[in-house]
Design a protein around this ligand. Structure first.
Ligand SMILES: C[S@@+](CC[C@H](N)C(=O)[O-])C[C@H]1O[C@@H](n2cnc3c(N)ncnc32)[C@H](O)[C@@H]1O
Length: 242
């Protein structure tokens, strides 16, 4: 089984909770869009940060399942969430789940929207990012996602800023940096580094691909998902499962 975040997992929380993602904002918008639906699936649950916030902020009893293929990320999710969320080690490419869910969502997981450099954040002009590089893998994984949602269910994909080269300090004297390499044909490699006193203490290489908005719409349509709306704050794209 692939293990795409193993290299970074021990520093993951530190990186993403110190300015990379705004979990409070993501979670509040998610809950607005979820409304009174209760059965939720997080694709690429990671260390469980979104689930933890959902459980903290929700008024109702949510029943959440999270899947991820990286054992060391899931181990942290288990110690964070205990039995409050059902956690399953699965690759979305081969995902098979016993239940159909009302909502599937992902925050930086397998698919995510990226605000377009040229169009800005307004009007929901984004590209679709994917950790899966080939057309076939994207179609296959989306077919599994479609099967995991009940008819009339919704898919919520988070949007984030563009991947750019950058570095910043982390607590504990650590330095975080990321470097993007274009491979052509809208395929990229992103390298994440954590360094201390000039020495690399963690490195993760993560390939990804971008789909233009038209390509994304046709990929999603073929998989049985219709783009319905973008949340007012631009943080989530909502698809209806046909
Ligand atoms: C950027 S992290 C996001 C984690 C979490 N959603 C959060 O917001 O902190 C991406 C996660 O997606 C998982 N992932 C990537 N590709 C996957 C795949 N094909 N199947 C299952 N999980 C995958 C990685 O292992 C990683 O834990």
């Amino acid at each position: 089984m692939a293990d795409s975040y193993a290299g970074l997992s021990h520093h993951y929380d530190l990186i993403v909770t110190s300015g990379y993602y705004d979990y409070d904002a993501y979670t509040r918008t998610l809950l607005d869009l979820v409304q009174d639906r209760r059965l939720l699936l997080e694709v690429g649950v990671g260390t469980g940060l979104v689930c933890e916030e959902l459980l903290r902020l929700a008024d109702t009893d949510l029943v959440i399942t999270g899947i991820d293929h990286t054992a060391s990320m899931l181990a942290q999710a288990r110690s964070r969430l205990g039995s409050r969320v059902r956690l399953i080690q699965q690759d979305v490419l081969h995902m098979a789940l016993p239940t159909q869910y009302d909502v599937a969502f992902s925050v930086g997981g397998v698919w995510y929207h990226i605000h377009d450099h040229h169009q800005g954040q307004s009007q929901g002009h984004t590209m679709l990012g994917s950790h899966l590089l080939s057309d076939d893998d994207n179609s296959q994984a989306l077919a599994h996602l479609h099967a995991a949602l009940r008819p009339g269910g919704i898919l919520l994909l988070a949007a984030q800023g563009p991947h750019v080269n950058h570095h910043r300090e982390l607590p504990g004297g650590l330095l975080y940096s990321q470097h993007i390499q274009a491979l052509g044909d809208n395929r990229f490699i992103k390298d994440y580094f954590v360094r201390k006193h000039g020495r690399t203490v963690a490195h993760q290489r993560s390939p990804y691909r971008l789909f233009t908005q038209d390509e994304a719409n046709s990929l999603m349509e073929q998989a049985g998902f219709r783009h319905e709306r973008v949340s007012n704050d631009g943080l989530f794209h909502q698809y209806a499962r046909r």
